[in-house]
Structures are given as structure tokens and as C-alpha cells.
Write a protein that binds this ligand. Structure first.
Ligand SMILES: CC(C)(COP(=O)(O)OP(=O)(O)OC[C@H]1O[C@@H](n2cnc3c(N)ncnc32)[C@H](O)[C@@H]1OP(=O)(O)O)[C@@H](O)C(=O)NCCC(=O)NCCS
Length: 171
């Protein structure tokens, strides 16, 4: 199995797997109430917890791919994460992303998501990629639509009603 710790690059962003050095940025992201609002996850409590989550992250070794850190090329700052994750329960590959609020509204999530979806189809040879989102998360729904996803229907996710979107590999 090939492992893709280096992801695609876009005009403004480089995607690569997280390292322990990203713990501060990962904590800032995953403890921010505005970022966590629609994720259904508990915010992280410390940089230590963030470091441990990064070090225990199994996806690259298990599947060869996972969520990547998004590095803004201009400043080298880690501004969020984006990428593909295999969901065993659904037997499907899911597109996910989170960005620090000061970087919202500049098309960065759309840019990183486009690159991730293209990578999934062209490099990983996937047939289909899904996106799961809470119905009130308008910005995220827009990102899914902008990468070509369409609504499949509702799904219960950790006890919450969510929407499932998907896109198929272009023929
Ligand atoms: C969802 C998120 C990644 C979007 O990031 P972003 O970089 O601001 O997104 P983009 O700039 O690429 O914008 C994508 C589209 O969403 C729209 N949008 C952005 N914020 C919006 C908001 N608050 N309400 C409605 N639309 C919004 C943009 O206008 C754009 O659509 P348009 O081109 O038609 O105008 C960001 O808000 C975030 O990190 N949220 C918290 C984490 C999260 O919820 N992740 C997804 C879980 S499913």
C-alpha cells in the first residue's frame, strides 16, 4: 500500500500529514467554539491532548491517506485541515475540513477540498466520495456543493440528524 503523507498542492495551500510540531495549531483549531460548533466533537482541552491525538492518528498507516494539515504557502502557517477519511461504518470515503476563523471567507476550504477530491479520484482511484454535514452548517454545505457534491439524503450520525452528500468519479 502506498502512503500519501504529502498531499496535493494548490495555488495557496500545501497539504501534508500533521506532525507533533503542529500540536499548537491543531489545539487552536479544535478548541475554538466557532470551529467546533457543527462538528459534533468535544473541543480539545490542551496542547498535550492535541499532540497525543496527532501521534495516535492511525489513518495514514492504516489506509494510506487521511486528513492533511493545510499550510498557507505565503506564511507557512497551519491554518486548518482538509482531506479524505475512510469511514468503516459507512464503507465510504468522506471529505472533511476545518479552518481557523480568521481564514474563513477567502475560498480556502473550497480550494483545498477541490484538490482533495481530485486526489481521491485521480490518485486513489476512488469511485465515490461523500460529505457529512449538519443541516445548519450552511458554509460547509456550500463547500460540498462547490466541489460537485449533491444531496443523497439524511443520516443519523452519533445520534444527530445529518445530511449526506456525494460525488462520483467523472467518467
Ligand atoms: C466550513 C468552512 C471550512 C468553510 O471555510 P471557508 O474557507 O470560509 O469556505 P470558502 O471561503 O471556500 O467558502 C465556501 C462557500 O461557503 C460560503 N460561506 C462561507 N461562510 C458562510 C457562512 N457563514 N454562511 C453561508 N455561506 C458561507 C462562501 O460564500 C462560499 O460560497 P460562494 O462561493 O457561493 O459565495 C469553515 O467555515 C469552517 O472551518 N467551519 C468550522 C468547521 C466545520 O464546520 N467543518 C465542516 C464540518 S462538516
Amino acid at each position: 500500500m502506498k502512503t500519501y503523507r504529502q498531499g496535493p498542492e494548490t495555488n495557496r495551500i500545501k497539504l501534508r500529514s500533521m506532525t507533533a510540531d503542529d500540536a499548537g495549531a491543531f489545539f487552536a483549531l479544535n478548541s475554538h467554539p466557532d470551529v467546533m460548533r457543527y462538528t459534533g466533537e468535544q473541543p480539545l482541552k490542551s496542547v498535550e491532548e492535541a499532540r497525543s491525538a496527532i501521534e495516535r492518528y492511525p489513518d495514514f498507516d492504516t489506509y494510506g491517506y487521511g486528513r492533511w494539515a493545510c499550510v498557507l504557502k505565503e506564511t507557512q502557517a497551519v491554518i486548518g485541515f482538509c482531506g479524505l477519511k475512510y469511514l468503516e461504518d459507512l464503507e465510504a470515503v468522506d471529505l472533511g475540513y476545518r479552518f481557523l476563523p480568521e481564514y474563513w471567507g477567502q475560498g480556502l476550504a473550497t480550494e483545498a477540498s477541490h484538490a482533495s477530491v481530485r486526489f481521491g479520484f485521480e490518485t486513489l482511484n476512488l469511485d465515490r466520495i461523500i460529505g457529512l454535514v449538519l443541516p445548519d452548517n450552511t458554509a460547509s454545505i456550500r463547500v460540498l456543493e462547490k466541489v460537485g457534491m449533491r444531496l443523497d439524503g439524511e443520516i443519523t450520525l452519533d445520534g444527530q440528524q445529518a445530511l449526506q452528500y456525494s460525488v462520483r468519479r467523472p467518467s
